[in-house]
Design a protein around this ligand. Structure first.
Ligand SMILES: C[S@@+](CC[C@H](N)C(=O)[O-])C[C@H]1O[C@@H](n2cnc3c(N)ncnc32)[C@H](O)[C@@H]1O
Length: 220
């Protein structure tokens, strides 16, 4: 499917395949994709090269975290930016509450607009840096994508995860080399051994690396 000569065109993913994959959430997700395509570059949310690649590089890449998330409960997406993966998660997990944690005012305004226009009433926007919310709430799962190296992400995310919950990170293929530098923070914050998963979505669309780190219960 990735056969575009310049490597930057949208692979042709049949609408039917998308509709089948996303099920009931497809109309909402398609609206989100349209809004990102129409306004994303103008509003400084995505680069111009990303505009033709909204589905495979952004929406489906984000959707790869969803099978690892609980159906209900509290999920936080830190550094949501344009709403990736947070908005996709909220659409696909309608029975969960999804906090979008984002420090930039302009991005929070976009996220609020999208949540309202797409009638995603399970979204709550938390403006600020993740570390400002340490001690304020604990979630069943904390997601992130393109926010920081794993060491920093562990320090930002694990304090927001309840014991027994997990942080779930979308990463590049070379994430294994980020694990050693994160060991000290993992020990201090009771993070279990990271599990690296090759997560697939629609057949023919590139797989995504997902890192799962459970916050262990009890004291060390
Ligand atoms: C490169 S963007 C990625 C946005 C989105 N997750 C995506 O994949 O398109 C990184 C985002 O993380 C946010 N960010 C940076 N430091 C943060 C922190 N300490 N806590 C929460 N968000 C942070 C930035 O404002 C920015 O929106």
């Amino acid at each position: 499917m990735h056969d575009a000569a310049d490597g930057n065109a949208e692979p042709e993913i049949p609408k039917e395949a998308l509709a089948e994959y996303f099920g009931a959430s497809y109309p909402t997700i398609a609206q989100f994709a349209d809004r990102l395509r129409e306004e994303g570059e103008l509003r400084g949310l995505i680069g111009p090269r990303e505009v033709p690649r909204i589905w495979d590089r952004h929406i489906l890449n984000s959707a790869a975290v969803v099978p690892f998330l609980p159906e209900r409960g509290l999920i936080a997406d830190i550094g949501s930016g344009a709403g990736l993966p947070g908005v996709v998660v909220a659409a696909m997990r309608p029975d969960a509450t999804v906090y979008l944690v984002e420090p930039m005012e302009r991005r929070c305004a976009w996220l609020a607009e999208i949540a309202s226009d797409l009638a995603l009433s399970n979204i709550e926007i938390k403006r600020g840096r993740a570390e400002e919310y340490h001690g304020a709430f604990e979630c069943d799962a904390v997601t992130s994508r393109a926010v920081a190296a794993l060491d920093k992400l562990v320090r930002l995310s694990l304090p927001l995860v309840r014991p027994g919950g997990e942080m779930i990170v979308l990463k590049g293929r070379n994430v294994a080399r980020e694990i050693e530098p994160a060991r000290k923070a993992l020990r201090r914050l009771r993070g279990a051994e990271p599990e690296i998963v090759d997560a697939a979505t629609i057949p023919g669309v590139e797989t995504t690396t997902v890192v799962r780190i459970v916050r262990q219960t009890g004291s060390r």
